[in-house]
Write a protein that binds this ligand. Structure first.
Ligand code: NAD
Length: 296
């Protein structure tokens, strides 16, 4: 069994760290928020006083932080964890951050002699609690091989996407597809309503025709056809519109940095920004159908 320092014990990191404990690993946890630490210790975790302390004398350090700036600061400031970890520690950053920050921090770790992978997740809070997350991993073959057994205590699918930063690249490309396709499905239902076509009829036809996609068949934005979809719970997330906007903005940042043409990605980001600004940041992202109907 491994020793792990876990930094960032929030909605995702908290249950992920607890799953590592359940799998028999020794986990030292740190978070800036007292409530996050309390939940961790109530579930058998050993809390420590700083990120540096969490990173000392462990086989793995896992970070699950809000954004690139947090990751850069935790790894790279003068008393950052790259400076305090022992030789042989593998760093795993599971946060969703911009590709460039992921590559820069991995390079700093490599310069200091450490393996580091970026391993953002999909599956949300339910996947974190149930240890069913998908990990999209960027880094060297050695880093991936080291990280895989520990990631398998927290998730089901662990995919090596290529070099450093490619986990983040996979995550933002996937979520750009998701944001665009959800808006497409919502627009089709709104048009169907105007044309007098029943929701269930459109679902039955399109779910087996060329309009088929995950946003329709697994996460239908109108209540009825898919029982587990947030549309049946008044659009309680799920995956919040704020999270979708964050990922679409990261995709746009990357598109601008690389001159990739992503006009629909840009449009999706603009629509989710309006939806958020209208007070729906904490609504499930499929709730954008209300906005398209003029109801939000
Ligand atoms: P969260 O805000 O609940 O948790 C982040 C935690 O990091 C907080 O508890 C915060 O106190 C802590 N933190 C911030 N700076 C810190 C520092 N310097 N040292 C120690 N702790 C620090 O967020 P979350 O929902 O757990 O998301 C974490 C990451 O996972 C984000 O990058 C998010 O985009 C990604 N993600 C979230 C979901 C989801 O459904 N919530 C799904 C997939 C990916």
């Amino acid at each position: 069994m491994a020793t792990v320092g876990f930094i960032g014990l929030g909605n995702m990191g908290g249950p992920m760290a607890i799953n590592l404990i359940k799998a028999g690993h020794q986990v030292k946890g740190f978070d800036l928020a007292a409530a996050a630490i309390a939940t961790f210790t109530e579930n058998g975790g050993n809390s420590v006083a700083s990120a540096s302390e969490a990173a000392q004398d462990v086989d793995f350090v896992i970070t699950m932080l809000p954004a690139g700036a947090h990751v850069r600061s935790v790894y790279g400031s003068t008393d950052g964890i790259i400076a305090t970890a022992r030789a042989g520690t593998t760093f795993i950053d599971c946060s969703t951050i911009d590709v460039q920050s992921a590559r820069d921090v991995a390079q700093s770790a490599a310069d200091a002699g450490f393996d580091m992978v970026d391993a953002p997740v999909s599956g949300g809070v339910a996947g974190a609690a149930g240890a069913t997350l998908t990990f999209m991993v960027g880094g060297t073959e050695t880093g991936f091989t080291a990280a895989e057994p520990i990631l398998s205590a927290m998730g089901k699918n662990i995919v090596h996407a290529g070099d450093a930063g490619n986990g983040q690249a996979a995550k933002i490309c996937n979520n750009m597809i998701l944001g665009i396709s959800m808006i497409g499905v919502c627009e089709a239902f709104v048009l169907a309503e105007k044309l007098g076509l029943d929701h269930q009829k459109l679902f039955d036809i399109s779910s087996t025709a060329s309009g088929q996609c995950w946003s329709l068949t697994s996460y239908c934005p109108v209540p009825g056809p898919v029982e587990t979809a947030p549309s049946n719970r008044d659009y309680q997330p799920g995956f919040s519109a704020a999270m979708m906007l964050k990922d679409l903005k990261l995709a746009q940042e990357a598109a601008q940095a690389t001159s990739a043409p992503t006009p629909l990605g840009a449009q999706a980001a603009a629509l989710y920004a309006l939806f958020d600004a209208a007070g729906h940041a904490q609504t499930d992202f499929s709730g954008i159908i209300k906005f398209l109907r003029g109801e939000a």
